[in-house]
Design a protein. Structure first.
Length: 216
């Protein structure tokens, strides 16, 4: 068994098993949520942001590397209409045929980057995250067991890369930025890493991962 040293995959597994749930409340699709783009700047978003929106799911893939766990992230294709070039988790809209948000996250990971579910051990859900674009995202934390090969859907994903969990879970690397928008000043989380600007909903969900697993 892999050693449970800090920021190893087994340490993440232990923390997630103790603190996250693999099931969801019965009203998860409808109840207002507190986590989301609006949390830092409520005045910059309409009140409807925290209310039920279009359901989506993402996989938060914790790769079990021997030198320390990493988080697998994607860079969205530049040709996409929305959020082009941004850093994201594998994921997308929940389709009618998806039995659960977790099923949607696993399906999207396969369709976007060719990550097969035989490599994936789901651990539980983070807090549901509301976006300013009207989505209600269900983040599924999972251990990903190497070796695995990825095949990118170039229509959606330009690149994939990994960031050490040790870096992402260090509060010293958590930044708070401000941007002026039509409705006022908007604040958002950011975690720049080696030339990659991880920000917005992705950074917000990583911040929630830190709060849920590493804040006692």
């Amino acid at each position: 068994m892999m050693e449970r040293r800090p920021f190893s995959a087994e340490d993440v597994r232990r923390r997630a098993t103790e603190r996250l749930r693999l099931d969801l409340p019965h009203d998860a699709m409808r109840a207002p949520v507190s986590a989301g783009d609006h949390a830092l700047s409520p005045d910059a978003f309409p009140a409807e942001v925290s209310k039920p929106g279009r359901p989506a799911a993402v996989l938060v893939p914790i790769v079990a590397r021997e030198e320390g766990a990493t988080v697998l992230l994607t860079q969205r294709a530049a040709r996409l209409r929305q959020h082009s070039g941004q850093i994201a988790f594998p994921g997308g809209k929940i389709d009618p045929q998806d039995a659960t948000p977790m099923a949607a996250a696993l399906r999207e990971a396969w369709e976007e980057i060719g990550l097969h579910e035989r490599h994936i051990d789901p651990l539980g859900y983070l807090d549901i995250y509301a976006t300013g674009t009207g989505f209600r995202i269900f983040p599924v934390v999972a251990i990903v067991r190497p070796p695995f090969e990825l095949t990118l859907n170039e229509e959606e994903v330009e690149d994939v890369f990994e960031v050490p969990v040790r870096f992402l879970m260090d509060p010293a690397n958590h930044q708070l930025h401000t941007r002026e928008v039509e409705s006022g000043a908007r604040q958002f989380h950011a975690m720049p890493y080696e030339g990659r600007f991880i920000w917005g909903a992705t950074a917000g969900m990583l911040k929630n991962l830190h709060a849920r697993l590493y804040c006692d």
